[in-house]
Every structure is written in structure tokens, then in C-alpha cells.
Design a protein around this ligand. Structure first.
Ligand code: IVH
Length: 678
């Protein structure tokens, strides 16, 4: 065989591996998708031609062809311990008191705080830098070998960057595999559609995914991984690094994704502040955390403290308030949403859950109700997972009162009284009466929402009044409301009515993509709307497109295409479009928007990180401006960052950018870089 082929295969692997590292670990792409795909295919072809060149760490070897028939038990090279829990700052201080008593109060108190990722622990074994095994935690001594599945996780390197550490024959890396919340929601949506029980939380969904026998399914689920410890079997951790902080840096250097929100604290007070800060901030993360893991930084001190039967004495899991609680179902009501879907809701005795009072939980649909066999009067366990609506997880049947009746889904819409429709392959019942007030209210609330026409000041109460008083029969009617009509409503004065009419009129300037999203066509989210309007610059283009033409667009599936096509076939929808057009809404891209893609991309290829509070722009706004100009915004500072936009109270990101010599700019400098905003 040609030596050139061998060299090319090596080179392709290196390029692909670098690109995938930049994309999945650094969240900072360096290669166009199309280029990646092309190089990948070239490698695949060469490997098909010369199978003797295939290595287990080749990027083509992430997904296995053959499903496994079972998983084998394996003994961990280094046991996995679990962590002692604390639920309050008092308990945290008691933990500090305990270890200080053991070591004497004069020792250095330096802690590493990490977010406790709510996923599944994995033990990864690397030999000579190559991933050879991935196992679940199991009981900490024995786990299950799920290497095939672990290999599909793109943020787990198949080969480590061992530069200078080549003497390390075998390395054990531990970390948490997790499902990002958006993937979790998507999987549950699909499960519900297929009439399967949704996963109770992202942790269960990740566990279920990791135990799939077919790695091709695991591959589709987009699991992610944060590394948090590394060991060399048979050697003290102190041989690897002096501190946990250094160990995390080392993991990052080896090629792992390490959680960027880690923090080094020099007092228990700082730890407590970190814990409180993340109690609310964690709701803005793309994954679930259920607490903070606090570890003593020094490996020497860790060694002196050692372990109890189950836990290390040098670490503690400081958890957030329980997210599950028992309560009693007082009523079961049925809500009708903007798509006409009937959603049964449990109305419950109010209960505290993850810091908020919960009195309603979704029961999803009639299948779920049948499965739970939930009845009025039942005691149930409710759960709140991240930002997801609370739900009932189980019924405590032993506490059921003597006389109860099973709940039956109504056959008629509880709002308009028309018969509901339940399609054979769907779990949900729907009201299909297009003038049903519930559907109309939902449609208007969607129309005015932030990502749609963004009309501020039109809340749920106002929408209800407008519909109930017969002032609005469609979203188009909003544009014909007069100040005196609005001023006559509850809690509305002349001034606020004027403001509202102006805000509604102002929304006529919103771009075509937002109007399309606002129409609330099923399956057309704001991203889909963006994609569609780029390909179909006018409403006429879209309304005349065949399903084949729509579904030919990358990222648009047949289901979405059908839904759009069918929507435009309905007469009343066509009339709505005509009216919106006559009212002056944007149903086509403006010349400027058409030009944006080419001429205004002044920040094209530049990578920004935003930190601290900016004087006038919100973070989202700054981000949108940068993106509009072709720039990219990432969460963490790395050597690939081009600019750090720093506001007041900028913290660790500013320090890091300074240390890496990255250009630091303020809001005014950012605005000066952008194309004319008018
Ligand atoms: S350290 C001896 N760090 O929490 C050290 N664990 O309740 C043990 N977890 O089994 C683990 N994030 O699955 C550690 N940053 C983190 C973590 C973390 C999540 C999980 C892990 C562990 C469980 C213990």
C-alpha cells in the first residue's frame, strides 16, 4: 500500500479530531460542517478500501454497527465512592468543623466548588492514551461495561492529548454523563407522541440511554460529559497533581470538557455564596444540577483525611431543596391550549418545591392518567425538574380515600362545548373548533410573546378580557383596537391604553420570520421560522411551496413540511394572511435583511465572550447584535476567543482573558464595531 495513503489517513484523523474537539469540548467551531463532512467521507472511503488502517480511536469508529446483546459486569480499577449530603449552609459548616477537628484548625482552608451535575457517573479507562473501556458506576466496585455507548459521546476523547505524560500507561477518568435539557424535552415529547411514558427527569433519561443495547440510538440522543477526577490505578493522586484545581486543569488539557463554572474558594463563606448564587442561576443552565460538590483542594490534606466506609471525608455534596414532595389532589381540570390540545391538570394543595410554591401539575393526557390511575382525593408525589412544568410522578394508593371515582377525559371541549377529536395514533384529545375562545386566547398570547411579535404589555389577563368581550376574534383584530376600547378595560387607564396601541402598531415592523413564528403553525418554532424565511423570502413563496420543496431544506422534516402545507390550504388562514398584509405587517424579507447575509457580516469568524453587566444592553441583546453581524458568542474564554466584552462586576472570565492576552472591550467599543444599526 502507498505510504501516502497511510499519511493521509493520519492527517485526516488529526484534522477531524481537532475540529470535533473545538466543536464539542470548546463549543467554538473551527470548521464548516460541510468541510467536516467531506473530510469524514474521505477518511471513511480510505478506511473501506484499506480496512487494515482502521484504529479504534478513528473518528469513524464512534458508532458501532452491531447492537450489543447484553452488558457485562466489570470490576473498577479504582472504586467509585459516593458523597455525603448536606442540605444547608449550617450542615456545610458542621462538615468543615468535623474535618478541622481532625486536622487541626491551623491548616489551609481552600475549597474547589463544582456544580453537581445531575446525570450518571462514568468510569473511563485509557491505556496509552486510547479509550479502552467505559463503565457505569454500578455499586462503586462493579459496574457495567458500556464502552460502545460511551464512544458515541462526542465530548469524550477517543485519544488523549498525552503530551509530556506519555509514561502514564493507564489512566482512569471519572465524570458525569448527562442529557442537556433541550434533548431531554425532545425525547420526552417523542415518547409522549408514541404513547410511551415520559422519563421522570434528565438523570433517568440519561441512565436509560446509556443502557440502550443499540449504540446507534445512543448516538442520536446527544449525551454530553463533564470530567471531574482522574486517577492512576495503584498510585496516589498526589503523583498526578498537587490539588483538585490542578487536576481539573489537567483534565482539560488532556482533552476533556470540564465544567466552566468551577470556583476556588478560600473560606466556607465563599462556598456558601457560590451555593446561594447557583440556586437561582442554575435555572439558566442548559443542563440540570441538583447541588454543589465541595472538595478540599489539597491532595495532601485529602489523603490525611481519607474515607469512611462510603464517603471521602474531604468532600461533601451540598444539595438544593428537594424537588419532589407529597401533596393532595383537590381537583382535576382540563386546559385547552393554542393548538386545541386538551391537557388535564391536577390542582393540588399548595406545596413548596425547589423554592417555589406549586399548586398545579400537568397530567399530560388521558393515557398518562390511566397509567397513574389518579383520582381526586389522592395523595401524590409531585416533581419539578429544572424549568420544566411540575408533574405528578406517582400516586400513593395506600393513602386513597374509600370512595373515589376514576377520572374520565371529557368528550366535549370544556371551553366551547364542541366535541373533541382524538386521532387513533395520538395520545391527546383536541378541540378542532377554530373559533374556540381557548384556542384564540392561546394564539394571541403566542402572537404577542417575546420571540414572536414581542408586544410588551399584553399579558394573559388582558388577552382574556379582549376575547371575552368580543373585541378580538383573530390576531389581526389587535391592529384595529382603539385607545378608547382598551381604556375601557379593567386596570387600564388612558395613558396605558395609548402606550399599548402604539406598541401594537410598532410590532408591524417586526421581520417576516417573527410573523411566521407568531402564526403558531404546528412544529414551526422560532428557529424553523428563521430557516424557512431565509429560503422563502415572501409569504407567497412559502404558501405556494409543495411539501417536497419545503422538506428539501436541511433541518426541515416531513412532519413540519406537511404541517406548513396544510396550514396554507385552510381558507380562513389564507384570509388571515391577506388581512395581515393589508394591515402592513412584514410578510417578506426587506432588502436589508436580504443583504445582511452578505454585506453586513463585519464580525464574521470572530469569537466573543460577554461577561459582567453591560451599561445599556442585556446579554441576549448584545449576543443577538454580534450574531447578526456574523460573530459567534461562546460561554467560556479560551485561547480561541477574539474579544471579551466586559461590563461591571466581571469576574473570573476577565482574569482568564487577561492572562491569555485576549482583547478586552466595553459596550461602547462593541457598538462601534457593528454596522450602522438603523
Ligand atoms: S465527585 C469521591 N464531582 O454525584 C468523589 N461527583 O452524590 C465522588 N456528581 O456519584 C464524586 N457532579 O455521580 C463529584 N462535580 C462532581 C459531580 C459528582 C455530579 C455525582 C456523581 C457521584 C454523585 C455523588
Amino acid at each position: 500500500m502507498d505510504v501516502k495513503v497511510e499519511a493521509r489517513v493520519k492527517e485526516l484523523r488529526k484534522l477531524l479530531q481537532q475540529a470535533s474537539y473545538a466543536y464539542y469540548v470548546l463549543d467554538c467551531p473551527i470548521m464548516e460542517d460541510a468541510v467536516y463532512d467531506q473530510l469524514y467521507r474521505e477518511l471513511q472511503n480510505l478506511e473501506n478500501q484499506y480496512p487494515q488502517l482502521i484504529t479504534s480511536d478513528s473518528p469513524t469508529q464512534r458508532v458501532g454497527e452491531k447492537p450489543a446483546t447484553q452488558f457485562f459486569s466489570v470490576r473498577h480499577h479504582v472504586p467509585l465512592y459516593s458523597l455525603e449530603n448536606a442540605f444547608s449552609v449550617e450542615e456545610l459548616k458542621a462538615w468543615e468543623g468535623r474535618w478541622l477537628r481532625q486536622l487541626g484548625s491551623e491548616v489551609e482552608r481552600e475549597y474547589v466548588c463544582e456544580l453537581k451535575i445531575d446525570g450518571n457517573a462514568l468510569a473511563l479507562t485509557y491505556e496509552k492514551g486510547v479509550l479502552v473501556r467505559g463503565a457505569t458506576r454500578g455499586d462503586g466496585i462493579m459496574g457495567e461495561d458500556i464502552t460502545q455507548n460511551v464512544r458515541t459521546i462526542r465530548s469524550i476523547p477517543l485519544r488523549l492529548n498525552l503530551e509530556g505524560l506519555e509514561t502514564w500507561e493507564r489512566i482512569e477518568v471519572r465524570g458525569e454523563a448527562f442529557l442537556p435539557l433541550d434533548v431531554f424535552a425532545q425525547i420526552n415529547g417523542e415518547r409522549e407522541k408514541n404513547g410511551e411514558t415520559p422519563f421522570a427527569n434528565p438523570r433517568n433519561a440519561a441512565a436509560g440511554t446509556l443502557r440502550q443495547l443499540d449504540s446507534r440510538i445512543v448516538d442520536k440522543r446527544r449525551l454530553d460529559f463533564f470530567a471531574y477526577t482522574l486517577h492512576i490505578p495503584g498510585q496516589d493522586d498526589a503523583m498526578i497533581a498537587n490539588t483538585q484545581w490542578e487536576a481539573l486543569e489537567l483534565l482539560s488539557k488532556l482533552g476533556f470538557k470540564v465544567n466552566p463554572h468551577r470556583r476556588l474558594c478560600v473560606s466556607i463563606q465563599e462556598v456558601a455564596d457560590y451555593y446561594r448564587y447557583w440556586d437561582t442561576e442554575r435555572l439558566n443552565l442548559a443542563y440540570m444540577t441538583d447541588g454543589v460538590v465541595v472538595k478540599l483542594n489539597s491532595f495532601k490534606l485529602q489523603e490525611q483525611l481519607g474515607f469512611t466506609q462510603k464517603f471521602p471525608r474531604w468532600a461533601v455534596a451540598l444539595k438544593y431543596a428537594a424537588e419532589e414532595a407529597p401533596t393532595v389532589v383537590e381537583n382535576i381540570s382540563v386546559n385547552v391550549g393554542r393548538t386545541g390540545a386538551l391537557t388535564p391538570l391536577a390542582e393540588m394543595r399548595p406545596v413548596q418545591l425547589a423554592g417555589t410554591t406549586v399548586s398545579r401539575a400537568t397530567l399530560h393526557n388521558s393515557d398518562r392518567i390511566a397509567q397513574l390511575d389518579i383520582r381526586i382525593g389522592d395523595t401524590v408525589i409531585v416533581r419539578k425538574a429544572g424549568e420544566i412544568i411540575p408533574e405528578v410522578v406517582r400516586v400513593l394508593k395506600e393513602l386513597r380515600p374509600e370512595i373515589t371515582t376514576p377520572f374520565v377525559m371529557p368528550t366535549h371541549c370544556p371551553v366551547c362545548g364542541q366535541p373533541v377529536v382524538k386521532e387513533r395514533d395520538e395520545a391527546v384529545s383536541r378541540c378542532v373548533n377554530i373559533s374556540c375562545p381557548a384556542i384564540l386566547k392561546g394564539a394571541i398570547e403566542h402572537w404577542v410573546s417575546r420571540d414572536a411579535l414581542d408586544i410588551r404589555g399584553v399579558g394573559e389577563k388582558l388577552v382574556h378580557q379582549l376575547v371575552d368581550r368580543g373585541l378580538v376574534h383573530s390576531v389581526a383584530d389587535l391592529y384595529e383596537l382603539t385607545v378608547s376600547q382598551i381604556a375601557g378595560l379593567e386596570r387600564m387607564g388612558q395613558k396605558s391604553a395609548e402606550k399599548l396601541v402604539a406598541a401594537i402598531a410598532q410590532s408591524k415592523n417586526q421581520p417576516w420570520s417573527r410573523v411566521l413564528y407568531g402564526l403558531g403553525i404546528r412544529h414551526v418554532g422560532n428557529v424553523t421560522a428563521q430557516i424557512l424565511t431565509e429560503k422563502f423570502p415572501t409569504v407567497a413563496d412559502l404558501s405556494q411551496a409543495s411539501t417536497a420543496k419545503i422538506s428539501a431544506i436541511y433541518g426541515i422534516g416531513a412532519e413540519i413540511a406537511d404541517s406548513i402545507y396544510n396550514w396554507f390550504q385552510v381558507d380562513s388562514n389564507q384570509r388571515l394572511i391577506a388581512r395581515l398584509q393589508a394591515l402592513g405587517l412584514q410578510l417578506a424579507n426587506t432588502q436589508e435583511e436580504l443583504a445582511t447575509n452578505t454585506t453586513n457580516q463585519v464580525l464574521s469568524g470572530k469569537i466573543f465572550v460577554i461577561t459582567g453587566t453591560l451599561p445599556s444592553l442585556k446579554r441576549d441583546e448584545a449576543k443577538a447584535l454580534i450574531q447578526k453581524a456574523g460573530g459567534k458568542v461562546t460561554d467560556s474564554v479560551s485561547k480561541n476567543t477574539d474579544f471579551l466584552v466586559a461590563g461591571s462586576e466581571a469576574g473570573s472570565k476577565l482574569k482568564k482573558a487577561e492572562s491569555l492576552g485576549i482583547k478586552i472591550i466595553d459596550e461602547a467599543q462593541l457598538l462601534a464595531m457593528l454596522p450602522d444599526r438603523n
